[in-house]
Design a protein around this ligand. Structure first.
Ligand SMILES: C[S@@+](CC[C@H](N)C(=O)[O-])C[C@H]1O[C@@H](n2cnc3c(N)ncnc32)[C@H](O)[C@@H]1O
Length: 251
């Protein structure tokens, strides 16, 4: 017989409901946690960002979550400003040196042309009006500024891999995505171009051997990361599931 009160069942929220990030707040910085893959993606995204070209350069991180890019940007010379809807995530980002702003990626309370770099990692596929968020990202960039992003493509394969399969594995929290919001790569390129950014995209995927070893250790309940052994993201020819974009603002 059970001792003490029965814990309440975890609340079931609609797909893509941002309150899920509050429920998962304790997972952000756990190497074996529900957001482990975001760490692998943050490293790959930060690798697209060159060292700052001037003192005081600003990097605006849209949908920054708990600031997982911060350790990978350290030493590059940027002031890292993060914008997100979720306060519980922003509190953790602030603990990692990010200057945080509560706000929506579709209406960012920052001036036109203020940013040397805008990052939008794993956020566009959560925004019902992703075109508006892309326009905001481009608006924030100074001429010559750099946009870096990664997101999920609007394809049947992405829905299969990221939702139907991914949510059965420890790599993707169940219900975190609404596949109706996935972002068609060609439409994203066109939208960025309309807003002055020539975006190039490439597919990425987790390294197979590293991920298999990670999953094996994770499913056995053992330690999943020793320094430097976490899976790395690899470029891949197909953009059909997950892809990165990088582009410079002209004008
Ligand atoms: C999958 S997480 C990615 C977090 C971070 N970019 C990373 O890669 O670690 C998505 C984040 O986007 C935020 N988000 C979702 N919709 C948003 C919106 N409209 N404006 C700002 N942030 C949003 C969520 O609160 C969450 O922190």
């Amino acid at each position: 017989m059970r001792n003490g009160p029965v814990p309440p069942p975890p609340r079931v929220l609609p797909r893509n409901d941002p309150r899920q990030y509050d429920d998962l707040a304790g997972e952000w910085w756990r190497p074996d946690g529900a957001f482990a893959m975001l760490h692998w993606l943050a490293r790959a995204r930060a690798a697209l960002v060159p060292p700052a070209g001037r003192p005081g350069a600003l990097l605006v991180d849209l949908g920054c979550g708990a600031g997982l890019m911060a350790p990978h940007l350290a030493g590059k010379g940027y002031r890292h400003v993060g914008v997100d809807l979720t306060r519980s995530a922003l509190d953790q980002a602030a603990d990692h040196g990010v200057t945080v702003l509560v706000g929506d990626a579709t209406a960012v309370p920052l001036a036109d042309g203020c940013a040397d770099v805008v990052a939008a990692g794993e956020v566009l596929e959560h925004v019902p009006d992703w075109r508006r968020a892309v326009a905001e990202a481009c608006r924030l960039l100074r001429p010559g500024g750099l946009l870096v992003l990664d997101t999920l493509n609007d394809t049947a394969l992405a829905r299969l891999v990221a939702v139907r399969i991914g949510e059965r594995l420890p790599t993707v929290p169940r219900g975190i995505h609404d596949p109706r919001l996935f972002v068609d790569a060609r439409e994203l390129i066109a939208e960025a171009a309309r807003n002055g950014v020539h975006l190039r995209v490439r597919g990425i995927r987790p390294g197979l051997r590293g991920t298999a070893a990670w999953l094996f250790r994770r499913l056995r309940g053992g330690p999943v990361r020793t320094a430097g052994r976490e899976p790395r993201m690899k470029p891949t020819r197909s953009t059909a599931v997950l892809y990165q974009g990088r582009g410079v603002r002209h004008g």
